[in-house]
Design a protein around this ligand. Structure first.
Ligand code: SF4
Length: 497
């Protein structure tokens, strides 16, 4: 498929939408019609600067009849250059969206919203005093977002507002990354290295990490911030041995004065890495929320996606964690895994619910370029796209029936069907770190390789980011540089209160 943009250059926006509507097409942007071959699908997106509208036409629909969609920029937006550019961009997206809907006969649940935080938009309208009805209407007219999705976002936004009210600006979240896993899952796009392969690097990594933790603690203290949530993720932190975990958690406890009042999460994601010793160590160091992630309770899928554990090991891990006194366990699941039918997915929901987790995070399969499964992208898109809609809708009903409510939500690139990931929980079991990271109203200080520190400046409502390197060996060899980068925090917080 070839796309020609005239008088505008919103390549990224057009490409993102085109991928959802034409997942199997190779999308190429060209400047002139000489590069077009016979019978090729060509889409023109044309900005008419005088009329301030963007139209889309194509040679495809049907038998060479042109498709057309246009959207005018409203008078209010014309007054401010930045708002005007944004409005033109949204107009270009909307016109492309309308034409693509006509061409393919498909629709997207979130309309032209392709960003990862749709709840932020709804929250902004709530802050302006809009009613639910007004928000639903604006989200429909402006973005073509469907009513059920807006309702979901509203429910999440209202629950989040209650939690965020309790967290003052001096409260920050702490993230610590452990980039090792027992094996690599086929859909994984995170920074993780097989524990066996990277065994020699684990001790030097911990040493560097502990160095960064102590350095960062000083900065946090000088600024007067108070950690209100700590999240140890990865990778799979429970890939570490019990004594390595003990060493790390002891440092975290001292550096950030961890007591029972802090929400302290540790991802024990893979059930095959959990044992009583590690659970006892976590308990001793005040970890009060863990995640045990089945992803699916179908053994043949677990094998296909390289998880190397059985559904029984998930059940066993829950039992062990309960017997060690963990009373907040989250479980992650995925809709749209390879070859999974709707009934297989429903089976996962039933089986996971029997374990009575306090929260369940329901993901929609996303096929990132860096994942092993990317090779099977086309097959997955054909097989699973139809089913995912049913799975996602059923998840919402299922959770409601079991008194689990949506409390945070985000979207990823390349998700099947352009759906969302939703965190559901029992009332009172909202993970505040998850809300903080999504709503970007508090700073998150990240340590470890691949960590992204986000500094929220309340003065201008902006987020500034500081990145750590992604590779384990780079992190170890460049730890001094990672520490120095943390000094940028001082610069970013100027005028923030
Ligand atoms: S456990 Fe998580 S981080 Fe590790 S390989 Fe699987 S998906 Fe990636």
């Amino acid at each position: 498929m070839k796309i020609i943009l005239q008088n505008h250059n919103f390549v990224y926006e057009m490409q993102t939408l085109a991928r959802f509507f034409f997942p199997k097409e190779k999308i190429v942007f060209i400047d002139n019609t000489n590069a077009i071959e016979n019978d090729e699908l060509v889409v023109y997106s044309i900005l008419d600067e005088q009329r301030e509208e963007v139209s889309v036409k194509t040679n495809f629909m049907p038998q060479q009849i042109q498709g057309y969609a246009a959207q005018r920029v409203n008078d209010e937006d014309k007054k401010d250059p930045e708002a005007y550019q944004k409005a033109i961009k949204e107009t270009a997206k909307m016109s492309f969206y309308k034409a693509a809907t006509k061409m393919t006969g498909t629709d997207l649940p979130w309309g032209i919203l392709t960003g990862i935080r749709p709840v932020k938009k709804v929250t902004a309208f709530l802050d302006k005093g809009y009613t639910d009805e007004q928000i639903t209407l604006v989200m429909k007219n402006k973005y073509s977002a469907k009513k059920d999705k807006v309702q979901l976002a509203l429910e999440v936004a209202k629950r989040q507002q209650k939690i965020l009210k309790k967290v003052s600006p001096i409260h920050i979240g702490i993230y610590i990354g452990i980039p090792f896993c027992p094996s690599r899952c086929a859909y994984c796009s995170f920074i993780s290295t097989s524990f066996k392969r990277a065994k020699m690097m684990v001790e030097p990594y911990l040493e560097a990490l502990i160095d960064e933790i102590w350095y960062t603690k000083e900065i946090i203290e000088k600024i007067g911030w108070k950690p209100s949530s700590i999240y140890i993720g990865g990778g799979t932190p429970t890939s570490l041995t019990a004594s390595q975990l003990d060493q790390l958690l002891k440092v975290v406890g001292k550096a950030f004065e961890v007591g029972n009042e802090i929400e302290f999460t540790l991802e024990a994601g893979r059930p095959d890495t959990i044992d009583t010793h590690k659970l006892a160590v976590m308990k001793k160091h005040h970890v009060n929320r863990i995640s045990i992630n089945p992803q699916t309770m179908n053994s043949q899928t677990l094998e296909k996606i390289g998880r190397n554990h059985s559904p029984d090991e998930v059940i066993k891990a829950f039992e062990l964690a309960r017997s060690e006194g963990f009373d907040h366990i989250n479980a992650d699941i995925i809709a749209g895994l390879p070859d999974e039918t709707f009934s297989m997915y429903a089976h996962t929901l039933e089986e996971v619910q029997k374990l009575k987790p306090e929260s369940i995070t329901a993901h929609t399969m996303s096929i990132k370029r860096s994942a092993k499964l990317h090779d099977q992208k086309d097959i997955l898109l054909t097989q699973q796209a139809q089913q995912v809609n049913k799975m996602v809708n059923y998840t919402q009903q299922f959770m409601k029936q079991h008194a689990l409510y949506p409390y945070y939500m985000y979207r990823q690139k390349n998700m099947l069907g352009n759906f969302e990931n939703v965190g559901y929980c029992k009332t009172g079991f909202e993970g505040s770190y998850n809300i903080q990271i999504m709503e970007e109203k508090h700073s998150i200080i990240a340590m470890g390789c691949g960590g992204v520190t986000k500094i929220f400046n309340a003065h201008n409502n902006q987020i500034s980011r500081i990145f750590n390197v992604k590779e384990v060996k780079d992190y170890i060899s460049r730890i001094e540089e990672m520490k120095q980068r943390k000094n940028m925090i001082y610069q970013y917080i100027k005028g923030s209160d």
